[in-house]
Structures are given as C-alpha cells and as structure tokens.
Design a protein around this ligand. Structure first.
Ligand code: ATP
Length: 226
C-alpha cells in the first residue's frame, strides 16, 4: 500500500504481512513514516494505492483494534469518567462501567487519582490512562505511537510493564518508537523505516545481532541515522 498527500509520497510502497502474535516495533527517525504507517494499517489514512486486510471481517476491525495516539485526547472530567464513558457509550450500565473503570485504573497504577480531572495528570499518568482506555476493550490488536516519547525512566518502565502484561495476555502489539533501547527491551520483531519505506524487517534478535542495512548498523552503533 501507498499513502500520498498533495503529491508527496509519505509511505510506501509497503508490502507487509504481520504474524498473529508478538510485539512489533516500528523503528525509524523522525518523519520516516512510522505514524502514517500505523494510521494506515488502522484505517485512519486514505490509501493512494493498495489495500490493508485483516483476518477478521472489515466492520469488526475498528472495534477489535485500539490505537493509543502520541498525545492522547481526553475529556476534562475525572480519570474514572474518562474510563467509564466509552463503556457506557457501548451500552454498559453506568454502575458497572464505573466499577470496571476503577478496576482498570488500579491495574495501571491510577487507583489513587480516580477523582482527579484528567487534564491535571502528569504525562506518564496520561499515557497510563490512554493505555487503560485502550486495553479495557480487550483489543486483539493494539497500535501505539511513541507512547513513552516524553516520559522519564520510571514512567517508561511502568508503561513497558503494562505492555508486557498485555502481550502475555495475548494482545498483538504494533508500536512506533525511535528509542532503540525500548526496541531492545520489548520487541519480538522489528520494522525499520526510512523515507516512508520499510528498509529492513525481521525478528528482533536477528536485527540487533546482524543488521543488514548501513542505516540499521548505524542506529545500533548509536550513530545518528539520517
Ligand atoms: N497529512 C499530511 N500531509 C502532508 N505531509 C504529511 C502529512 N502527514 C505527515 N506528513 C509528512 O509525512 C512524513 C512522515 O510523517 P510521520 O508522522 O508518519 O513520520 P514519523 O516517523 O511518525 O515521525 P515522528 O517520529 O516525527 O512522529 C513527514 O515528512 C511528515 O511531515
């Protein structure tokens, strides 16, 4: 598939088959097309060519997948309301939704800020709220766009723990990052992007032990990749 905007090639042509399990990290420098690739796979970008298909009927994809954006949007209401609202929208009675919201808040370490308005949360807490909101729908596939970009070490570790648990519970994860350390810690396989193309892909162990492209070698050596 290919994504173009105003004549500019943003992503593609990309020919990609994702396996049924694991945590795939999309690595690449700023502007390499990671966000656009994720959005296109989730059906949020108009494709200029090609198609995206999943092993589930098209109408189910959006509901069985969840997307955590780099800057999650949340309501000016409490943490609990932010989590409960999508559940009530989906038809769950209010009391049950509030109970489930409280359980998920506790699960991601936000049990102590249930009544705090979401805009007052720290960056790390917001990401945890966004993750809980995504995971509570028990998606089969979770997309994450640089969820730890602005977070410090402890907050990043907490988010990574939540993601590892989701992976262990069977959620298929596709996550963009330019943090190679995070890729080493989490990835089962890697998609390495430059200039809108996937220039290298494969199991994470092979990618880190034996990178094939000069750009991947540079990245792994800690050099600046451009
Ligand atoms: N709607 C759009 N119209 C025109 N150009 C766009 C549009 N969206 C993204 N781009 C451009 O496409 C390229 C890829 O952007 P994208 O956000 O996918 O990259 P990225 O790898 O996620 O970068 P970052 O790490 O900085 O978030 C960039 O050059 C960006 O400026």
């Amino acid at each position: 598939m290919t994504v173009r905007r105003r004549g500019k090639l943003l992503v593609g042509p990309v020919d990609l088959t994702l396996g049924p399990a694991g945590l795939t990290i999309v690595l690449g420098p700023n502007g390499s097309g990671k966000t656009t690739l994720l959005r296109a796979l989730h059906g949020l970008e108009r494709l200029s060519a090609g198609t995206v298909s999943w092993q589930m009927p098209a109408p189910d994809c959006q509901t069985r997948q969840a997307f955590v954006f780099q800057r999650p949007v949340m309501m000016r209401r409490s943490v609990q309301d932010n989590l409960a609202y999508p559940l009530t929208l989906a038809g769950m009675p209010r009391k049950a939704a509030r109970k489930m919201a409280a359980e998920w808040a506790a699960r991601v370490g936000l049990g102590h800020v249930l009544d705090i308005p979401a805009p007052q949360l720290s960056g790390g807490e917001r990401q945890k709220l966004a993750l809980a909101r995504a995971l509570m729908r028990q998606p089969e596939m979770l997309f994450l766009d640089e969820p730890c970009a602005a977070l410090d070490g402890p907050a990043t570790r907490e988010i990574e723990t939540i993601l590892s648990q989701a992976l262990a519970d069977g959620t298929r994860i596709l996550m963009a990052t330019h943090d190679i350390g995070q890729a080493r810690r989490l990835a089962t396989d890697i998609l390495f992007m430059m200039g809108g193309q996937i220039i290298e892909q494969g199991p994470a162990t092979a990618f880190f032990a034996n990178p094939q492209t000069p750009q991947a070698k540079a990245l792994i050596n800690g050099d600046i990749v451009e």
